[in-house]
Design a protein around this ligand. Sequence first.
Ligand SMILES: C[C@@]1(CC(=O)O)c2cc3[nH]c(cc4nc(cc5[nH]c(cc(n2)[C@H]1CCC(=O)O)[C@@](C)(CC(=O)O)[C@@H]5CCC(=O)O)C(CC(=O)O)=C4CCC(=O)O)c(CCC(=O)O)c3CC(=O)O
Ligand SMILES: NC(=O)C1=CN([C@@H]2O[C@H](COP(=O)(O)OP(=O)(O)OC[C@H]3O[C@@H](n4cnc5c(N)ncnc54)[C@H](O)[C@@H]3O)[C@@H](O)[C@H]2O)C=CC1
Length: 231
Amino acid sequence: MCMRYYPLLLDIRRAHCVVVGAGEVGQRKIETLLACDPARLTAVDPRPPGPALLAFLARHANFTYAKRPFADTDLDGARLVFACTPLRELNARIGLLCRDKNILCNMADDPESGDFTLPASITRGDLTITVSTGGASPALSRVIRRDLEERYGPEYERLTRLMGRIRPAQLALGGSSSENRRVFRDLAAAPLPELIRKNDRSACERTLKALLPADLHAQIGEWCDDCFPTV
Ligand SMILES: C[C@@]1(CC(=O)O)c2cc3[nH]c(cc4nc(cc5[nH]c(cc(n2)[C@H]1CCC(=O)O)[C@@](C)(CC(=O)O)[C@@H]5CCC(=O)O)C(CC(=O)O)=C4CCC(=O)O)c(CCC(=O)O)c3CC(=O)O
Ligand SMILES: NC(=O)C1=CN([C@@H]2O[C@H](COP(=O)(O)OP(=O)(O)OC[C@H]3O[C@@H](n4cnc5c(N)ncnc54)[C@H](O)[C@@H]3O)[C@@H](O)[C@H]2O)C=CC1
């Protein structure tokens, strides 16, 4: 097997991130970064921030905007950098500085020279589905992301939360790994998404009873309270 990129999910809550160039592309990165609550995010751009950026600044205390051209010192303390200016030479220089300082760099105009590229993604609570074409066609990633949005609706947020509650309880029973794996795989393959989507709580409870060991049956009601909020 040969893969061009190693897929991973980054926890940026302790990371200082820097976006250089807050135009159309930079703003898309800023929006996604802020959704993941970075320790600190700095945008550097000589243009005054427009309405979208002003709204981000009002809402996020961890976001600052330096209204000036990029300076080398902007990289001090950074862990992730996004070079999103239209100036190819400047982006390339930012890339080289980052390599020197061991900072991971995303290059908007020359992905091959950067350390990572961004996938299109959808999230449903703790469920994340990402799509990448390794730079071959961002437009194709976008179309596939839209298909996924249709296929995996909001019921998957509730399903993921339900599974996240069942899992530690099943593990705490202290059974064998193979028994646990069988239970989790059966649960994941059951028609629970459909039942949650239709708000069919009693069928969901019956399905869980049929698949979970008797020791967990007493907790099914409480898990379903969380999954099927009363309206
Ligand atoms: C390599 C990568 C680097 C990186 O940014 O990490 C990169 C690079 C470039 N994108 C370009 C163009 C477009 N980018 C989009 C959209 C997205 N681009 C994103 C990621 C990536 N873009 C990385 C690879 C991801 C992958 O392989 O899948 C997404 C997924 C995530 C995000 O940016 O947040 C987001 C979709 C979000 C969503 O909708 O879900 C559209 C779609 C549209 O606008 O309709 C177009 C126009 C159509 C087209 O060109 O396909 C150009 C050409 C500029 C030029 O024309 O010169 C370059 C530069 C180059 O290719 O050299
Ligand atoms: N990765 C991706 O998804 C895509 C990448 N691109 C590439 O990304 C680059 C940026 O595209 P857009 O955002 O559409 O351009 P844009 O013109 O909307 O934004 C560029 C921003 O960079 C700022 N800038 C200029 N000089 C600067 C400096 N010295 N320091 C800091 N900021 C500076 C400008 O003020 C502007 O706000 C282009 O090179 C384009 O080819 C374009 C489309 C998609």
